[in-house]
Design a protein. Structure first.
Length: 184
């Protein structure tokens, strides 16, 4: 089992080493979104692809940011369009976490990380971005080591009941044989 420091280092190296992921990080960094991150499957899938010997599956490009001054869904679509112009052929999903609490019936979030702390799976509450020097930095609400434990686990902080449905819909155990997924 990896220590947290080893897991963090390995996960961020996997993200940084893949050219398409690196290009995505650079595209998001250029937008200078407040509290902006590439989250969830962007990091998680990099780890699981490596761990289970699966060809790279970078389809999940979930951009989260936190801007309470402009919570319009139209702004998210504008950002998606800008990212598609910078990186054609990639599918982007952009969500301002300053408005997402209402969708899930949560109290208002204070930041992107606060929002991630309430996502359905522990292994999804992870993100990466480029710092000002161009190095990959990351954050994992439950630590990076959970990405390497071979399981998908329910987030005990998630109040809404989407966990089982998401696990079945995402078909993670089929994409990464050997991964243990409890859909209850």
């Amino acid at each position: 089992m990896l220590t947290e420091s080893q897991a963090r280092s390995r996960a961020l190296r996997l993200v940084a080493a893949h050219p398409r992921r690196r290009r995505a990080l650079e595209a998001v960094a250029l937008l200078e979104l407040p509290d902006g991150w590439l989250a969830a499957g962007f990091v998680r899938n990099a780890v699981w692809d490596s761990q289970y010997g699966v060809a790279t599956t970078t389809a999940d490009l979930d951009v989260v940011y936190f801007d309470p001054a402009c919570t319009s869904a139209a702004r998210d679509r504008d950002i998606e369009f800008a990212l598609q112009q910078r990186c054609p052929g990639l599918r982007w999903s952009v969500k301002n976490q300053a408005r997402m609490h209402a969708r899930h019936g949560h109290p208002a979030y204070r930041s992107s990380v606060d929002a991630m702390a309430r996502w359905p799976e522990r292994q999804t509450a992870v993100a990466a971005r480029l710092d000002r020097r161009g190095d990959v930095e990351g954050f994992a609400v439950f630590g990076f080591a959970v990405l390497f434990n071979g399981r998908v686990e329910r987030n005990p902080r998630c109040a809404h009941g989407t966990y089982g449905h998401r696990c079945r819909e995402k078909r993670w155990a089929e994409r990464w044989p050997g991964l243990s997924v409890d859909t209850r």
